[in-house]
Design a protein around this ligand. Structure first.
Ligand SMILES: NC(=O)c1ccc[n+]([C@@H]2O[C@H](COP(=O)([O-])OP(=O)(O)OC[C@H]3O[C@@H](n4cnc5c(N)ncnc54)[C@H](OP(=O)(O)O)[C@@H]3O)[C@@H](O)[C@H]2O)c1
Length: 207
C-alpha cells in the first residue's frame, strides 16, 4: 500500500485516484478549490482526504495531475515540503493543436521539474502514455515510466501494480523526453492510423 497525494482535481486526478483507492492505497486529493477537493474526497470514499493546496502533501508519493506548464512552478512553490518525496509527473507537453511538443530538444517537463525539486526528492515520469478515458475502463494497461533513482522507480512500480496496471521501465529520466514524444505520437495515431482514441500502447514480447 502506498500513501499518495494527487495535486489536481481533473480527469486524470479523478481516474488515478479512483484506481488508487480501489487498490487499497491511502489517497489525498489537493486542488486550488478546497470545496471541490472535499467533494472529490467524499465521492472517492475509503478514507480519502482533501489536502490543503500550497501546504505539505501528506503522501510519500506526490502525483502532479496538472497542465504541463504549471507542474514545475507548483514544485518550486512547494519547495522543501517535497523533500524526500517521490514526485510523479504525468504531464504531456503538447502545443495548442497537439502536433508538436512545447519542450526543447534534450529536455522534458519531468527534467524541468527535477531541476526545481528539493534535495532528496526524486522525479519519475509515468502515466502520460495512457489516455484517461482508457485508464477509467479498469483494464490492465502498460504504464511506461522513467527516472534516475532506482528506489523511487521501484516505489512507483509497486504503486502502479496496486492499480492493476503493468509498470514498464524505459530508463533514466532523460527518457521522459521520448515518453512525452510518445504521448504526442498517440495523438497522431488517434487522429490517423488508429482512427480512435480508444486504444492503449503496450509491449508484447515473444518470450
Ligand atoms: N486526459 C488524459 O487523457 C491525459 C493522459 C495522460 C496525461 N495527461 C496529462 O495529465 C495532466 C492533467 O490532465 P487532465 O486531463 O486531468 O486535465 P484537466 O481535467 O483539465 O485537469 C487539470 C487540473 O489541474 C488543475 N490545475 C491547473 N493549474 C493548476 C495550478 N497552478 N495549481 C493547482 N492545480 C492546477 C486544474 O484545477 P482547476 O480545476 O482549479 O482549474 C484541474 O483540476 C495534464 O498535464 C495532461 O497532459 C492527460
Amino acid at each position: 500500500m502506498s500513501n499518495i497525494s494527487i495535486i489536481g482535481l481533473g480527469n486524470m486526478a479523478r481516474t488515478i485516484a479512483a484506481r488508487a483507492v480501489a487498490g487499497g492505497n491511502a489517497v489525498e486529493v489537493i486542488g486550488r478549490d478546497a470545496t471541490r477537493a472535499e467533494n472529490l474526497a467524499e465521492a472517492l470514499g475509503s478514507g480519502t482526504r482533501a489536502g490543503t493546496f500550497g501546504t505539505a502533501p501528506a503522501g510519500d508519493i506526490v502525483i502532479l495531475a496538472v497542465p504541463h506548464d504549471n507542474a514545475a512552478p507548483i514544485v518550486a512553490q512547494l519547495g522543501h515540503a517535497l523533500a524526500g518525496k517521490v514526485i510523479i509527473d504525468i504531464t504531456n507537453a503538447f502545443n495548442s493543436d497537439a502536433t508538436g511538443l512545447t519542450t526543447a530538444a534534450g529536455t522534458s517537463i519531468a527534467q524541468e521539474i527535477a531541476k526545481v525539486a528539493p534535495a532528496g526528492a526524486h522525479v519519475v515520469k509515468a502515466f502520460n502514455t495512457v489516455f484517461g478515458h482508457v485508464l477509467a475502463q479498469g483494464r490492465r494497461l502498460d504504464v511506461l515510466i522513467a527516472g534516475d533513482d532506482a528506489q523511487a522507480k521501484a516505489t512507483v512500480a509497486a504503486f502502479i501494480e496496486s492499480l492493476g496496471l503493468r509498470p514498464l521501465d524505459t530508463g533514466a529520466l532523460e527518457m521522459a523526453h521520448w515518453l512525452e514524444g510518445t504521448g504526442l505520437l498517440m495523438m497522431g495515431l488517434g487522429r490517423h492510423g488508429a482512427g480512435t482514441f480508444d486504444f492503449t500502447l503496450g509491449v508484447n514480447t515473444s518470450a
